[in-house]
Design a protein around this ligand. Structure first.
Ligand code: GAR
Length: 185
């Protein structure tokens, strides 16, 4: 799992009894998510270096790479190496509001509905939150909602959707057809 921050999505995967998080790499030293990994006895590394990240993932035999709040752009070589085996969670209904400030951007735009997207990462991820969409869930937004409130509510959705997407992947139920994903079963 690749993180950069608080790691609440990492915690959701740690707490899922049927999901095995083999290792955690944080692009930022001191990220709270690293502490969560350590507490759970999961090998944790702080590095922003991609080659080192690849080495850690390979050393632990990672089968699926999960990005949650990973604030670094991956190279095309990295994405190609794990093609079809990288999931990203994003706090907006993509393709609306990609980037690092999705919640703030959506609220500033005045949306009445936003949500969560879990998608596969493709080579275009080198520029933005793109790639075939595996799951989305919408959520209503009120005029008075603050970014903090919306983020908190989106997090609750993320913590349910991301483990579910990992399970679908593990069960071989995600089938990519161009931009479209068919979930079988
Ligand atoms: C999550 O809300 C995730 O959707 C977002 O970062 C947060 C990380 O939270 N990702 C992006 O904005 C990607 N563009 P966490 O560290 O508590 O899991």
């Amino acid at each position: 799992m690749l993180i950069s921050g608080t790691g609440t999505n990492l915690q959701a995967l740690i707490d899922a009894p049927d999901i095995d998080v083999c290792c955690v790499v944080s692009s930022r030293a001191g990220a709270a998510g690293l502490e969560r990994a350590v507490r759970a006895g999961i090998p944790a590394t702080a590095t922003a270096d991609e080659d080192e990240t690849v080495a850690v993932l390979e050393a632990h035999g990672a089968e699926l790479i999960v990005l949650a709040g990973y604030m670094r752009i991956l190279s095309a070589a990295f994405v190609g190496r794990w093609s079809g085996r990288i999931l990203n969670v994003h706090p907006a209904l993509l393709p609306a509001f990609p980037g690092a400030r999705a919640v703030e951007d959506a609220l500033a735009h005045g949306v009445k509905v936003t949500g969560v997207t879990v998608h596969l990462v493709d080579a275009e991820h080198v520029t933005a939150d793109t790639g075939p969409i595996v799951m989305q869930e919408a959520m209503a937004v009120s005029y008075d909602d603050t970014a903090a409130e919306v983020t908190e509510r989106l997090h609750r959705i993320e913590h349910r959707l991301l483990p579910e997407a990992v399970r679908l992947y593990g069960a071989g139920r995600i089938h990519v057809d161009g931009r479209r994903v068919r979930v079988s079963g």
